[in-house]
Design a binder for this molecule. Structure first.
Ligand code: UGA
Length: 433
């Protein structure tokens, strides 16, 4: 099929590559010239394992091309996927202005038989407004469907090619059939296809992210209780996770969730529920947000307890991306902790296997790519992002002044570190040193 993918950020670039890998002829449309140049040269402008080589592979087939504007060729595509961002406004609401302008722009060029499939995360009720606006501009009833994306950073291509489910919300069967055709190679493997009404499809995405955020904050609330009661939140998660109704996934306690999705999506969801007059239904998500943010403050408190005054103390923060295998720094818990310690007067050295280059304004933070140099004379080490190289780290590699480490992700082999002479502090664990 002939497809376009509009907006080539995390979601769009991955989707464009995935669709071309499935055998479709894809045109990627992006206004940012530097992104466009990078993609044309086979370089993904962010860190995502496996995506560079997949891009190179599909570029060589000629099935994926990039351009900055619609033209007659792109306009005649059978499906246009909308993948532009919906960042958070200061008020907490989702900013849908990019989706509005991308769909308005597209409507001017649209053919009546083309389907527009939105993949961006939008507040429930937005698609109906977009359909109305687009149809007015196009002069015919536009086939609009909502097709949320559930990919995770770090495993984005795999998640796109082997999703748990494909969800399509639509007003007409024609759009559903077109999308089924586009995803046929994935559906053949037995992937569930859910054809829903549009409002439910819009809700699926935010509801899923709200549930995941709640699960993480639940275990982090248990970590707060464990800290007060002398219990162990990691052992607790393991024990309750054996119950299949609960499950072990997304029960890792630590400094909590960050990134460009979970924090903004729960805040946007709260704002939308208030607009709908059912704000109290999502009051619990405010707690989910607060529990999450309190974990960051807890690490700052632990650092103060350990170091006394932070002035003239050197702290090494291991990992600044919001999760491993990503260089995404949006709302990164680890980076926020580093910044707060620095504001409190500590000299904060940051290390990350990949993400230092993505930090355009380090301010007073001191980025250091060489781990041994970074650790030199540190009074405290904080593990903020559980990159494999930190999980497997030999303690002897860190020649610090004071052997104290806060494990912000509960991933270290505590015995190994203690045997090497380290004091290990972990969230929700009450470790005896
Ligand atoms: C999340 C969802 O998992 C995806 O399904 C969704 O498609 C995506 O948002 C999106 O809306 O586009 P992502 O932000 O890539 O994906 O990352 P996650 O793997 O969900 O991790 C989010 C945060 O939670 C990370 O900071 C991670 O460190 C933290 N986390 C995760 C925990 O603190 N504990 C856990 O047990 C799991």
């Amino acid at each position: 099929m002939r497809l376009t993918v509009i907006g080539l950020g995390y979601l769009g670039a991955t989707h464009a590559v995935a669709m071309a890998k499935l055998g479709h002829q894809v045109i990627g449309i992006e206004q940012d010239q530097s992104k466009l140049e990078s993609l044309r040269q086979g370089k993904i402008p962010f860190h995502e394992p496996g995506l560079d080589s997949a891009l190179t592979e599909v570029l060589a087939t000629g099935r994926l091309t990039f351009q900055s504007e619609h033209d007659s060729q792109s306009s005649s595509a059978e499906i246009h996927f909308i993948c532009v961002g919906t960042p958070q406004k200061e008020s907490g609401e989702a900013d849908t202005s990019y989706v509005v302008s991308a769909t308005k722009q597209l409507a001017k060029h649209l053919k009546p038989e083309s389907v527009v499939a939105g993949k961006s995360t939008i507040p429930v009720g937005t698609a109906a407004k977009l359909k109305h606006q687009m149809s007015e501009i196009a002069g015919f009833p536009v086939h609009l469907a909502w097709n949320p994306e559930f990919l995770r950073e770090g495993t984005a291509l795999e998640d796109s090619l082997k999703p748990d489910r494909i969800v399509v919300g639509s007003w007409d069967q024609y759009s559903v059939e077109k999308l089924k055709e586009a995803y046929q190679p994935i559906l053949e493997t037995g992937t569930p296809f859910l054809s829903l009404d549009v409002e439910t499809a819009e809700l699926v995405k935010v509801a899923a992210n709200a549930f995941l955020a709640t699960k993480i904050s639940f275990i982090n609330a248990m970590a707060e209780i464990a800290e007060a009661a002398g219990a162990d939140a990691v052992a607790l998660a393991e024990a309750i996770g054996h119950d299949e109704r609960i499950g072990k996934k997304f029960l890792r306690s630590g400094i909590g969730f960050g990134g460009g999705c979970l924090p903004k999506d729960i805040r946007g969801f709260i704002a939308r529920a208030e607009e709908l007059g059912v704000g109290s239904s999502l009051d619990f998500l405010k707690d989910v947000d607060q529990i999450n943010l309190r974990r960051r403050s807890r690490v700052v408190e632990l650092a103060k307890q350990e170091l006394g005054t932070l002035a003239n103390k050197k702290v090494l923060v291991l990992g600044i991306s919001f999760k491993p295998d990503s260089d995404d720094l949006r709302d990164s818990p680890s980076l926020e902790i580093a910044r707060r310690l620095s504001e409190l007067g500590a000299e904060v050295v940051i290390h990350d296997p990949v993400a230092l280059a993505a930090l355009k304004e380090p301010g007073k933070l001191k980025p250091e790519q060489n781990l041994e140099v970074a650790a030199k004379d540190a009074d405290l080490v904080i593990l903020g992002t559980e990159w494999k190289e930190y999980r497997d780290l030999e303690p002897a590699k860190l020649k610090v002044k004071s052997k104290v480490i806060i494990d912000g992700r509960n991933v270290l082999d505590v015995k190994k570190w203690q045997l090497a002479g380290w004091k290990v502090i972990a969230l929700g664990r009450n470790i005896q040193n």
